[in-house]
Design a protein around this ligand. Structure first.
Ligand SMILES: CC(C)(COP(=O)(O)OP(=O)(O)OC[C@H]1O[C@@H](n2cnc3c(N)ncnc32)[C@H](O)[C@@H]1OP(=O)(O)O)[C@@H](O)C(=O)NCCC(=O)NCCS
Length: 171
């Protein structure tokens, strides 16, 4: 398994894998098919310079994708939002750990990153365990924030990670 920067040609495989993952309630926030392939392609293009978009692949094709995407305003452009998706049939084999390590090593090196944030469903203990292992801390709980495809409402947790850099804070 190796990790490389995503290219626009990966967009269709990424969209298909996400749609398949989204059919299991309680993992990703999106519903299958709601994001057009073009939006995946645009995100890969944007993050080629504005952030980092990676894929994991083995001899059979993609095994996962993950990215860090900066928030849009000057005031919060130092906050990068994390998304990580290990594709079905590849979970539990270290792919998630490898992709997260890559992204956080990049975040540690890139001076634009002041904070990494993510949202994770309260019931997704596997993902939370992974994040905690890398030093993410829980910052918030958003009650009934997610309506899953099975109609059940679920809480979302906000988690954050900070690079080891001296930061000036007002509070
Ligand atoms: C959550 C996810 C990213 C984890 O990646 P993964 O490749 O399956 O996990 P890894 O094999 O790299 O394991 C890394 C850590 O995850 C945790 N983990 C893995 N499988 C687990 C399980 N069945 N139960 C609890 N924790 C588990 C452990 O902390 C593990 O570390 P350890 O092996 O030292 O115990 C991946 O399963 C995934 O993408 N799932 C579907 C989409 C999703 O949930 N994305 C996150 C949305 S916020």
């Amino acid at each position: 398994m190796s990790i490389r920067i995503a290219t626009p040609a990966d967009a269709e495989a990424i969209a298909a894998a996400e749609a398949e993952t989204q059919r299991t309630p309680g993992l990703l926030v999106g519903w299958p098919g709601e994001i057009p392939v073009e939006a995946y392609r645009a995100k890969i293009g944007k993050l080629a310079t504005a952030g980092r978009y990676i894929v994991a692949e083995d001899a059979d094709g993609l095994a996962g994708h993950a990215f860090l995407d900066p928030m849009p305003m000057h005031a919060n452009a130092h906050v990068f939002l994390l998304t990580i998706v290990v594709h079905p049939r590849h979970v539990g084999r270290g792919v998630g750990r490898s992709m997260l390590r890559d992204l956080l090593e990049w975040a540690q090196r890139d001076a634009r990153v002041g904070k990494v944030e993510l949202n994770v469903r309260a019931g997704n203990l596997r993902a939370q365990q992974l994040y905690r292992g890398f030093g993410f801390v829980e910052e918030a709980r958003f009650a009934r924030r997610v309506r899953r495809i099975d109609g059940i409402f679920e809480d979302d947790l906000g988690m954050a990670w900070f690079p080891r850099r001296a930061a000036r804070a007002a509070n």
